[in-house]
Design a protein around this ligand. Sequence first.
Ligand code: ADP
Ligand code: MG
Length: 695
Amino acid sequence: MRPQELNCLFAPVASLPGVGPSIAKLLAHLVGERVVDVLWHLPVGIIDRRFAPMVADAPEGAIATITVRVDSHRPSPRHRPRVPYKVRCSDESGTLDLVFFNARADYIEKNLPIGAQRAISGRIEHFEGRAQMTHPDYMVPLEDIDKLPRLEAVYPLTQGLSLRVFGKIAAAAAARAPELKEWLDPSWLKVQAWPAWRTAVRTVHAPSDHGELAPTTTARRRLAFDELLASQLALALVRARSRGLPGRPVTGDGRLRAQAARVLPYTLTGAQKRAVGEIAANMAKDERMLRLLQGDVGSGKTVVAFLAMLIAAESGRQAALMAPTEILARQHLATIQPLAEAMGVEIVLLTGREKGKAREAALQGLADGRIALALGTHALIEEDVAFRDLALAVIDEQHRFGVHQRLMLSGKGRGVHVLVMTATPIPRTLQLAAYGDMDVSRLDEKPAGRKPVDTRTIPLGRLEDVVEAVGRAVSSGGRAYWVCPLVEESELVDLAAATKRHEELAARFGKKVGLLHGRLKSAEKDAAMADFAAGRTSILVATTVIEVGVDVPEANIIVIEGAERFGLAQLHQLRGRIGRGPASSTCLLLYGAPLGETARARLGIMRETDDGFRIAEEDLRLRGAGEMLGTRQSGLPAFRLADLAAHADLLEVARDDARLILARDGELESPRGRALRTLLYLFERDVAVRYLRSG
Ligand code: ADP
Ligand code: MG
């Protein structure tokens, strides 16, 4: 149950003064539906109305508050409503015209009677040598001068919602912030010289100069820390709980792994061996494993997963590997099946395409335990898929899955160990934010013999040269991906671009050109992939469906059209499709000129480095964490107040604090623990509260 004192914050926005149904709708669109959503919407600017010059001294463009006398009215001519209504005013130094478009004459007459003194605030313009102000923000009689704010916070807004209206609503929300029992450690609070929560909330909504908008102010840092602490505490609680579950140690005898080493066409890298060792040690414990296997594209995660799966098989139990797309699931099958067969281990594939008898047989085999290993897509988590004794669940490209999908797979057994894999090189800071204290194995070494990719940026105007070059490379035995840009969020438009490019290239190079996009039927996708893998086609025009994990070692060229539209992480993923074989490879980034500053920086980084971690850090720097991966895509929690680029230092402190808190007061029952429960509710991490004995 949410603590009573928070109810006023979780009430609908309509409970705030001045919020009727239509404004509530705009707010829902802009910030959310509850008072707390308004509270978390922080100002990004400030309007300073303290500048009060004489008319003659008011510079063009400045925000000024000027005291004037109303001299005369010049309404719009009768049948020409487009001509503005003008009110001429003056002080001793000169005249100021107030300009109103589509004005209601009665309103102006009433508020600006001739001869009256008014304080007028707004932006000064000069028009035909005269000072004027269009639609002043404020026009108040001198006795009401207090109603004219000296400083006004500026918020990101939405069409139809004015700053004036939102400002009042935000102030009302801030005024409503209750006094809450302090949840931060008193000595930490003192060292940081942070204000109490309620003061911090009020302060951030009432900035008094531009410096107070920075993420580094004490008030903003305090709120960011509160949010990070809530998130880390929630992760730690969930984690402590899953650690506490009765474990089922899995210790294979090493027989299959030894055999695998003999049938593998290469030797494992040091990093791969280390990762397998860490996983084996982890699975052997009587605690459930929750481990992240992180490795840059092409670092060889699949074989590590396979060896981990063999540990389960060695001990007579089962393992499943879930991939986000059918292409990937089939590719894993192609890699793993020959090995498994050579070793006499049964393996089965389950995707949306396995139907009827084949599916029945697969389900039967998994249910009775005859089949040890399962590969597949989301089809693996369908309700009727059951295992006799699932010991290990592996999730490939985990950022493509939601947490609940991960849980659904591991829920198909008792005490199932979980290995999640990602090629998205999440910087350390973000990793902590996303997973808390998860165990990590890192593949920081690429298989031997990989050559660096030669990356070049080329303006689209030189498309013809690029086509020529690709043609030459292909005729001397090369193989090329041609990636078409993401034109819009619409698959159809992307598709049209890819189809067109395919036609053009096919007209030139004939049957050697294949086409792959998300709208093809699965069998057609497979065929396109298989043709390219086998060299029956040597140019594969594709949308970004090839981004994730596709592995054709012979491919040595990738052309990325509209490269400026892709994020760094995505470009890196795409480029990772090449440079996997012995031939030297080239990545051509085609861009539409002129390039914006950020796009230029991004392409520059791509030319400079192929180190996924460095690229991820740069991406973070260029874009800020929120945007970096897209919350949905990355599985990162959405932060409302914390900015991981600016508050990274706080994240580690929050992690350590969360650990310490749970070590001392695992059930959050001390007075501070109780206050921390309120914090969890405040940031809606209350699912975690359920893990406490007395939630
Ligand atoms: P990712 O980590 O991106 O999922 P993959 O598992 O798809 O990478 O492996 C990329 C390629 O590297 C595959 O062709 C795989 O066979 C090969 N590979 C993996 N490990 C090694 C190794 N130790 N030596 C040589 N090639 C390897
Ligand atoms: Mg992979």
